[in-house]
Design a protein around this ligand. Structure first.
Ligand SMILES: [Mn+2]
Length: 331
C-alpha cells in the first residue's frame, strides 16, 4: 500500500506521543453516524481506557437501532446528557471530513482546544492542530487499529468485533472498490482473535423491520432512469415514511448498484417537507464527492451524500443537471 495520498500535520507516531502526554479527551464523530464512525469512536475510547486517560464520548445524533448491539455503545453520551457548557482541551474527531459534519458538538471546541482529526475521506478539510487523513484506508477504524499497533496495546475479542464491524460497514461486506488486501488482512486478524463474520454480518443485515422492506418496495416501484439508463434513481417521500415509520433507509442506494450497466445511482429521501437527503454511488469516472460538494455535502468519489431543498421533481432536476456534463455524449 503506498502512502502517497496521505495528508498529515503529524505522523500517527507523533499523534500517539501527544495523546500519551495529555490527560483528558472528548471523542466525537459525524452526525447521521454509520458503522465505521461508531466503531471508530468506541475503539478509540478503548485505547484511552487502557491508557487510564479521562475521556468522554459524545454524539449530536441518536444511535441508530441497528447499531445498538455494539459493545459499550451505551457509554456514548448525547449532548443533552453531557451538558452544553463544557469546554475541552482535547477533542478527537473521527471519520468526519469537516467540522460541520459533527453537528453541534462543535460547540465543545473553543479557542484553546486542540483538535485531533483522523479520517479517510479524500475531501477532509485538514482541520485541527493534528490531522491525519489517509484515503487509501477502507475505513477510519482501520486507522484507529493502526494507533492500537503504535501504542502496542493488546486487542481483545470485543475490540476485534468492533474493528471487524467497522470495516464490514464501510466496505459493504467487502464488495465496494475500497476493499483491498489490507482491509482483508486486518479483518482476518480480527477473525483470528475471535470475531465471527456470520454473527456480525447477521446482526448488521438481517435485523430489518418489515417497514424497511415495504418502504424499499415502494422506492423500487419508482425507479427512474436518465442518460440512456446510465443513471438510475429512486425516492421516498414524507407520505411513504409516515406509512412505514420504522423504516431505516441506510444502504437503500446500494440496491441500485444491482442494476446492470448503470454508472451513477442515487436515492432521494424527503427528510422534512421539501428537504431531501440524496445519497450517490458511482462506478465510473464520475466523482460523486464532487457532485455532492456542489450541494455542500461530501464523501468519497464512489459514495457521497448531500441535502437539497425543493420539491422532489426539482431535486431530481438539479441532480440530473449536475450530471449532464458527464453524460452529454450519451444523450
Ligand atoms: Mn468511514
Amino acid at each position: 500500500m503506498t502512502d502517497s495520498s496521505v495528508r498529515h500535520s503529524h505522523t500517527l507516531e507523533e499523534i500517539v506521543q501527544y495523546i500519551m502526554q495529555e490527560d483528558e479527551f472528548l471523542i466525537t464523530t459525524h452526525i447521521n453516524p454509520d458503522g465505521d464512525s461508531l466503531t471508530s469512536i468506541l475503539v478509540f475510547a478503548s485505547i484511552l481506557r487502557q491508557l487510564n486517560k479521562i475521556y468522554t464520548v459524545v454524539l449530536d445524533d441518536p444511535i441508530p437501532v441497528k447499531f445498538q448491539f455494539l459493545p459499550d455503545i451505551e457509554k456514548v453520551l448525547t449532548m443533552e446528557k453531557l451538558g452544553m457548557d463544557k469546554v475541552y482541551k482535547n477533542v478527537v474527531v473521527l471519520d468526519a471530513s469537516n467540522l460541520d459534519r459533527i453537528g453541534d458538538t462543535k460547540s465543545y471546541i473553543q479557542e484553546n482546544t486542540r483538535v485531533i482529526n483522523i479520517d479517510h475521506h479524500p475531501g477532509n478539510t485538514e482541520f485541527g492542530e493534528f490531522f491525519y487523513i489517509d484515503p487509501d484506508q477502507s475505513s477510519t477504524v482501520e486507522l484507529v487499529h493502526q494507533l492500537y499497533q503504535i501504542f502496542e496495546l493488546p486487542l481483545n475479542l470485543q475490540i476485534a468485533e468492533l474493528i471487524y464491524t467497522g470495516i464490514v460497514c464501510d466496505t459493504g461486506c467487502f464488495r465496494y472498490s475500497n476493499t483491498n488486501a489490507q482491509s482483508l488482512e486486518v479483518s482476518a486478524e480480527m477473525v483470528r482473535l475471535g470475531a465471527v463474520p456470520s454473527k456480525i454480518i447477521g446482526q448488521l443485515q438481517n435485523q430489518h423491520s418489515d417497514h424497511t422492506l415495504r418502504a424499499l418496495g415502494r422506492a423500487f416501484s419508482r425507479i427512474e432512469f436518465d442518460f440512456n439508463e446510465r443513471v438510475v434513481g429512486m425516492s421516498l417521500n414524507q407520505n411513504d415514511l409516515r406509512d412505514y415509520p420504522s423504516t431505516d433507509t441506510e444502504g437503500f442506494v446500494n440496491y441500485l448498484l444491482m442494476i446492470q450497466d448503470t454508472q451513477v445511482q442515487y436515492f432521494v429521501k424527503e427528510v422534512a417537507p421539501n428537504c431531501h437527503r440524496v445519497s450517490f454511488r458511482s462506478r465510473c469516472d464520475v466523482d460523486v464527492n464532487k457532485i455532492a460538494s456542489q450541494f455542500k455535502g461530501g464523501g468519497h468519489a464512489t459514495a457521497a451524500g448531500c441535502f437539497i431543498e425543493g420539491s422532489l421533481s426539482n431535486v431530481r432536476r438539479q441532480v440530473v443537471e449536475k450530471l449532464t456534463p458527464y453524460f452529454e455524449s450519451v444523450l
